[in-house]
Design a protein around this ligand. Structure first.
Ligand SMILES: Cc1ncc(COP(=O)(O)O)c(C=O)c1O
Length: 394
């Protein structure tokens, strides 16, 4: 009996599934593991969002199938949000498509636009779904190295002519997972003009634009005049409003690309649960001041981790946005051997950089999305282990 297509072989083993079972075994042995590997917000959404969910769920007629474009009020709420944050005007009827979390939209947009043999330009390191979707669609990934010396921004001049000729789509993601790097409007302007020149669909994954520190405000790619002609931006309430489990995302921008994505989605899924969409509307239109306090908590965690790592002789990058700290491992380790050592001897779980691409070798990603007291404990354990293993190991 055939139970898996050839196409399924394009997916690598999922790193976190393997890690989960290893951590389960450790728990079974009575070892307590502190997880700083995943980026799932540990704090709840604001009360008014949960109240909106509950109010809507109490309505007898809110439980049926929903349209793929969601309620008008939700699309208008996204339009108002883009206007408020970025002064970007979006048409709620043709330039905004609600998603079941941005991940499905990221995957499905590639499926809807890429043919076998088409090249997709993908940041390395980067979020794994860009690569997984490209391979699944039969496309060819071409990796854009993100290097510290270029502030983790792809150097577009370095892409060979024969690659550009076959390229159809380019991914960007700022604030960036896993490095925490940010991009300014000047860089976005360059990429928009590059994409226009080479007839590329430009996709910006803006998952972390509202998780920022030290007064930094991340821009939207759609702020660049004319970007909508060639670009789609993905957004989500997962990180911005602590709603990762709710699966509430959106694709905004180029209407022809959104039509393609919409056509694919009508064959795959249905609209989200109405109470979740009503609560998402409340999240976007209600009080936003709690995000400032929430970001301040992440900022304190960031500083706590940075100072602990520095005291062990490491040189972490200080991010202005995202949920992550990107840190080079000591030279005598690979990323995986460092992560394995920390997990086995201190019960602290980090993510090894290479799972995000070959340029992640030599780095680990540390997540800010664990309770502060867990982070404090994890840093104490790490510092203690490093001191035990011969003073500073950096
Ligand atoms: C860069 C990036 N994009 C997209 C997502 C997906 O977010 P969601 O599907 O929850 O909207 C994540 C989640 O970790 C991410 O890190």
């Amino acid at each position: 009996m055939k139970t898996s297509s050839e196409r399924m072989k394009t997916f690598p083993d999922h790193f976190f599934a393997g890690l989960d079972s290893k951590i389960k075994e450790m728990h079974a042995r009575g070892e307590e593991v502190i997880r700083l590997d995943v980026g799932s917000p540990d704090m709840p959404p604001a009360d008014h969002i949960i109240e909106a969910l509950s109010r809507s769920a109490g309505q007898a007629d809110h439980h049926g199938y929903q349209s793929h474009i969601g309620p008008q009020a939700l699309r208008e709420a996204w339009a108002e949000t883009y206007q408020r944050l970025y002064k970007v005007k979006l048409d709620p009827d043709s330039e905004i498509l609600p998603l079941m979390g941005s991940k499905e939209g990221i995957f499905n947009l590639v499926m809807a636009t890429i043919d076998p043999g088409d090249v997709v330009l993908i940041p390395d390191p980067g979020y794994l779904t860009y690569d997984g979707a490209t391979r699944f669609a039969g496309g060819e990934p071409y990796y854009l190295p993100l290097l510290a010396e270029n502030d983790y921004l792809p150097d577009l001049e370095e892409i060979p002519e024969q690659v550009i000729d076959k390229a159809k789509l380019v991914w960007l993601n700022y604030p960036h997972n896993p490095t925490g790097a940010v991009a300014n409007l000047e860089y976005f302007t360059q990429v928009v003009s590059f994409a226009r020149q080479h007839h590329l669909l430009l996709c910006h994954d803006a998952a972390y634009t509202q998780v920022t520190f030290d007064g930094y405000q991340a821009p939207s790619l759609l702020q660049i005049p004319g970007a909508k002609d060639i670009a789609v931006e993905f957004n989500t309430l997962s990180k911005s409003h602590n709603m990762a489990g709710w699966r509430e995302g959106v694709a905004v921008g180029n209407r022809r690309a959104l039509e393609s994505l919409y056509a694919l989605k009508t064959n795959i899924d249905s609209g989200q649960f109405l109470p979740i969409m009503d609560a998402a509307t409340a999240a976007l239109t209600g009080d936003q001041s709690w995000l400032i306090e929430r970001n301040e908590i992440y900022r304190q965690r960031r500083d706590l981790i940075i100072s602990a790592l520095r005291s062990s002789g490491l040189r972490p990058r200080v991010p202005l946005g995202s949920l992550y700290i990107w840190c080079p491992v000591p030279p005598e380790f690979t990323a995986v051997s460092f992560v394995t050592m920390l997990l086995e001897y201190s019960g602290v779980s980090l993510t090894p950089g290479p799972i995000f691409g070959t340029n992640g070798e030599g780095f680990v990603r540390i997540s800010l999305s664990a309770p502060t007291e867990h982070i404090e404990e994890a840093m104490q354990r790490m510092t203690h282990l490093m001191q035990k293993s011969g003073g500073q190991i950096g």
